[in-house]
Write a protein that binds this ligand. Structure first.
Ligand SMILES: Cc1cc2nc3c(=O)[nH]c(=O)nc-3n(C[C@H](O)[C@H](O)[C@H](O)COP(=O)(O)OP(=O)(O)OC[C@H]3O[C@@H](n4cnc5c(N)ncnc54)[C@H](O)[C@@H]3O)c2cc1C
Ligand code: SF4
Ligand code: SF4
Length: 427
């Protein structure tokens, strides 16, 4: 599907606006639309799906996120009550519960719905830009498909190549008349009755943690690990040392990297213990003999299913759990090996392990931590959005509210869809 679904009546007061098209926004939108309410979804990326599109597998079932996302995308396609905009940002909000006026800016993609994803523009474009989807671990050309599971499935021309010979070459190469370099930003005005903020999260910036060695090539973050292990990632799914592309015989996971630390994120990020346990399975799948060290303060595996997953991982005799906060990470400049130093909280002894690579289990920061949302939306001191549950018409869901896994995000989003419907019914 290359086309965006646009609302037939942008002034439908009885509609719900959902801001953010990650798993929480998709769920809130679908639940409300399938009950019979009109929903307009606004996403700033050129694709829907949010962060889970970057994951290799979901814990605890270890299935690819593609499956669940595809079902959601099909539900959207089949539901005329949902419309959505990508590359879109909310400019302003005025009014109150039951009657909000919203102005949305649509940024140009420079590719229209005639795109067949033939890839010819990508082949002729020579400008390389950092691939943000892969956290800069590789580059992509200025004409690109955001990801293999992109929805809508349509190429994007980066504004970075506008006005260059490359841009002209892309237009000439496109046999479908799908590239329009004259596209301009547009504004649309919407009238909606309730608003759900599903603006999600971003990884904590590991370069702010000065003792965990993120400056070294072989120290990566957990989200980089997801991309390394993904078949459509920078190494075609091979988990290798960034410095020399060699395989792994020893690897360390450093838990609470930045989380539960007053100097960084004071809260527990909820999912990063489970994410590291899951990533241990990525390593084990490719390197049956590799030794895996997990340095932790507490392992948080909430609920029966996650506890069971943790127990199963512990059965692996080459996975070692060391209870101790990592104090230091060093690099051997010759071999590029990484040494992780911690104090064992059980024995009180200093422990250190030299490994091929270390993965920092960095936490989740709300996207609203450093950008203010329009419409007088309230946030807590960490930047998480506070829902206006007492008669208001603005609600927040998913990781916009607190760090959550996918199942809890879905449950929360369903609840917030109901709150939004109640606003429409009562106003
Ligand atoms: C390393 C790691 C591994 C993980 N693995 C798992 C796992 O295996 N299983 C699991 O259950 N959970 C996992 N998680 C957690 C999972 O990623 C989250 O639960 C999930 O992403 C929450 O979805 P969300 O929609 O709330 O937020 P997001 O996925 O962040 O989506 C938010 C969307 O809103 C958009 N947006 C933001 N601001 C605006 C704006 N102003 N206007 C318009 N759009 C906006 C964003 O572009 C994005 O598309 C993992 C997390 C990490 C860090
Ligand atoms: S050449 Fe045209 S049709 Fe082919 S991927 Fe690029 S924009 Fe789409
Ligand atoms: S989930 Fe685990 S690694 Fe993440 S902050 Fe909480 S205790 Fe630390």
């Amino acid at each position: 599907m290359t086309e965006e679904q646009r609302p037939e009546d942008q002034n439908a007061k009885g509609s719900i606006l959902v801001v953010g098209g990650g798993i929480s926004g998709l769920t809130a939108a679908l639940e409300a639309a399938e009950v019979g309410y009109g929903v307009i979804l606004v996403e700033k990326n050129p694709y829907l799906g949010g962060r889970v599109t970057q994951l290799k597998h979901y814990f605890p079932k270890l299935c690819p996120p593609t499956c669940g996302l595809e079902i959601n995308f099909r539900r959207i396609k089949d539901n005329p009550r949902i419309s959505f905009y990508t590359l879109a940002e909310i400019q302003s909000i005025s009014g109150g519960p039951g009657n909000y006026d919203v102005s949305v800016k649509l940024n140009p993609r420079y590719v229209n719905e005639k795109c067949t994803c033939c890839g010819e523009c990508e082949r002729v474009c020579t400008t390389k830009i950092p691939n943000e989807f892969n956290f800069g671990m590789d580059t992509m050309t200025g004409a690109y498909l955001p990801s293999e599971m992109a929805f809508p499935l349509r190429y994007v021309i980066s504004p970075k190549i506008l006005g260059t010979d490359d841009a002209k070459k892309c237009v000439e190469a496109c046999q479908y008349d799908a590239i329009d370099l004259e596209m301009q930003p547009e504004n649309v005005n919407l009238k909606v009755g309730a608003i759900i903020w599903a603006t999600g999260w971003k990884p904590y910036d590991a370069s702010k943690i000065d003792n965990l060695g993120f400056q070294y090539e072989n120290v990566i973050t957990n989200m980089m690990m997801e991309r390394l292990a993904s078949l459509d990632g920078p190494t075609g799914g091979k988990v290798v040392r960034p410095s020399d592309s060699k395989g792994i015989s020893k690897i360390a996971f450093v838990q609470c990297a930045g989380s539960r630390d007053e100097n960084h994120l004071p809260y527990c990020s909820y999912i990063c213990c489970m994410a590291s346990l899951k990533q241990a399975t990525y390593v084990r799948e490719q390197f049956p003999e590799a030794k895996i060290y997990v340095f932790y303060i507490d392992i948080r595996a909430p609920g029966f299913r996650y506890e069971k997953f943790y127990k199963k991982i512990k059965e692996d005799e080459n996975i070692f759990f060391i209870k101790g906060k990592v104090a230091e990470v060093q690099e051997d400049p010759d071999t590029k090996a990484i040494t992780v130093v911690a104090e064992d909280a059980v024995t009180g002894e200093k422990v250190q392990e030299t490994v091929d690579m270390a993965v920092l289990a960095t936490g989740m920061v709300p996207n609203t931590a450093d950008t203010r949302l329009p419409g007088d939306v309230k946030c807590d001191p960490d930047g998480f959005v506070i829902s206006d549950l007492d008669g208001g018409g603005m609600f927040a869901t998913g990781c916009a509210v607190k760090p959550l896994d996918v199942v809890s995000s879905n449950q929360h989003a369903t609840g917030m869809a109901l709150k939004a419907i109640q606003t429409l019914v009562s106003s």
